[in-house]
Design a protein around this ligand. Structure first.
Ligand SMILES: C[S@@+](CC[C@H](N)C(=O)[O-])C[C@H]1O[C@@H](n2cnc3c(N)ncnc32)[C@H](O)[C@@H]1O
Length: 312
C-alpha cells in the first residue's frame, strides 16, 4: 500500500519496519541552495561536513528499511564554496540572505571552511558517496545525468556545469537489478561490428581474449546492449507551483524499472512534488514518500491521484 508521510526524513524513517521497501530513489536538498521554509530542513548546515552527517543519518535509516537485495539511487549535484555572490554566503548588502535567514534566525555561514577556499568545487557528491560506502552500502555506479538543456552560466573561468550524479548503491553484494528492463536498442552498424570481432590486421589480433568480443556478443540478445552510465535527460522546463527542484520523470524511470518488480515498494524520503510516487504508480509499483513540507505533499497527492497505471 502506498503512503505519504509528513515529517523529518530520518525521524519518520524510524517508524518504518526494517527491510520493508525494495528500493529508494531520491534527490536530497542541495547544500546551501534553497530555503524550503522548514525548521528541520537539510541543506542549511554550517559546513559541508555537517550537511553530509545529516544525510548519512537519513541514509542509515534507508539502509535499515531496505530489503537485503535492494538498491539506493541517489541523485545529487555539486556546488562551489561561497564567492560572495552565491546563496552560500550572507551578503553584506542584504541580498542573498534568504537561505540562511530562517524564522528570524540568521545562519552564520562562514565564507570558507578548513581546506576549502572560496571558488573551490566542494565535491559534495563524492563526499556523500564515500561516506555511504563507509556505512556499508556498496557503491556500484556513478551515473551521469547529462542535462542537454542546462542553463547558461556567466562564469568565464571554467566550463558550464551540465551534469549531476545518480549513484547506484546496493545493500548487499548480490542485489536485484533487472538489466533487461532498461537495456537499449543497439544500432545496426554496431551490431555488425560486434559480430565481426576484430580484424586480422588489428594491433590486438592474436592477443589473448581477442575473440571475446564475438563470444560475448552471442551471449546476449542481439537487439540490445546494456544500459550505459551517461543518461541524457532534459531538465523540467516547468515547475509545480512553488516547487522548483523536481527531478524529471524520465530520469527516474530506469531506476525504478531496474530496481524493483511490478508490485514492489519504492521509497523517497525527500518526496517534494511527488515525482517518485507518480512514476512508481504509472509503472505499477507502490511507494512511500516522506517530506517535511505539508504543502508540497498536498500537491504531490493531487498530482499522483491523476496518474493512470500503465499495463504491466
Ligand atoms: C530536491 S527536493 C526533492 C524534489 C523531488 N525529487 C521532486 O521531484 O519533486 C528536496 C525536498 O526535501 C525536502 N526536505 C528538506 N529537508 C528535509 C528533511 N529534513 N526531511 C524530509 N524532507 C526534507 C524539501 O522540502 C524538498 O521538498
Amino acid at each position: 500500500m502506498s503512503k505519504i508521510l509528513c515529517g523529518d526524513a530520518a525521524e519518520t524513517l524510524k517508524t518504518l519496519p526494517q527491510c520493508s521497501v525494495n528500493m529508494c530513489v531520491t534527490s536530497p536538498p542541495y547544500y546551501g541552495l534553497r530555503d524550503y521554509g522548514e525548521q528541520e530542513q537539510i541543506g542549511i548546515e554550517k559546513t559541508p561536513d555537517d550537511y553530509i552527517a545529516r544525510l548519512v543519518e537519513v541514509f542509515d535509516e534507508v539502509y535499515r528499511v531496505t530489503a537485503n537485495d535492494g538498491t539506493l539511487w541517489l541523485n545529487i549535484g555539486d556546488c562551489y564554496a561561497g564567492s560572495g555572490k552565491g546563496p552560500m554566503t550572507i551578503s553584506q548588502n542584504g541580498k542573498n540572505k534568504d537561505v540562511f535567514n530562517l524564522q528570524n534566525r540568521i545562519y552564520e555561514v562562514p565564507k570558507k571552511w578548513s581546506g576549502i577556499k572560496p571558488k573551490d568545487l566542494i565535491g559534495i557528491p563524492w563526499m556523500i558517496a564515500f561516506a555511504l560506502r563507509g556505512r556499508g552500502w556498496y557503491l556500484r555506479s556513478d551515473i551521469i545525468w547529462h542535462k542537454k538543456n542546462c542553463l547558461p552560466e556567466s562564469t568565464k573561468d571554467r566550463p558550464t556545469k551540465c551534469y549531476e550524479h545518480i549513484f547506484l548503491l546496493s545493500k548487499s553484494r548480490q542485489y536485484y537489478y533487472d538489466y533487461k528492463a532498461i537495456q537499449e536498442p543497439i544500432k545496426e552498424v554496431s551490431r555488425e561490428r560486434y559480430k565481426r570481432g576484430r580484424s586480422a590486421n588489428s594491433k590486438y589480433a592474436g592477443q589473448q581474449g581477442i575473440t571475446q568480443v564475438r563470444e560475448n556478443f552471442l551471449d546476449f540478445d542481439q537487439q540490445y546492449r546494456r544500459k550505459r552510465d551517461v543518461w541524457e535527460v532534459s531538465t523540467n522546463t516547468y515547475k509545480m507551483d512553488e516547487h522548483f527542484a523536481m527531478f524529471p520523470e524520465k530520469l527516474i524511470e530506469p531506476c525504478i524499472l531496474a530496481g524493483s518488480r511490478v508490485g514492489g515498494i519504492v521509497l523517497d524520503p525527500f518526496f517534494g512534488s511527488g515525482t517518485t510516487g507518480a512514476v512508481a504508480k504509472r509503472l505499477g509499483r507502490d511507494f512511500i514518500g516522506i517530506d517535511l513540507n505539508a504543502r508540497y505533499l498536498e500537491k504531490a497527492k493531487e498530482r499522483i491521484e491523476k496518474v493512470i497505471p500503465e499495463k504491466a
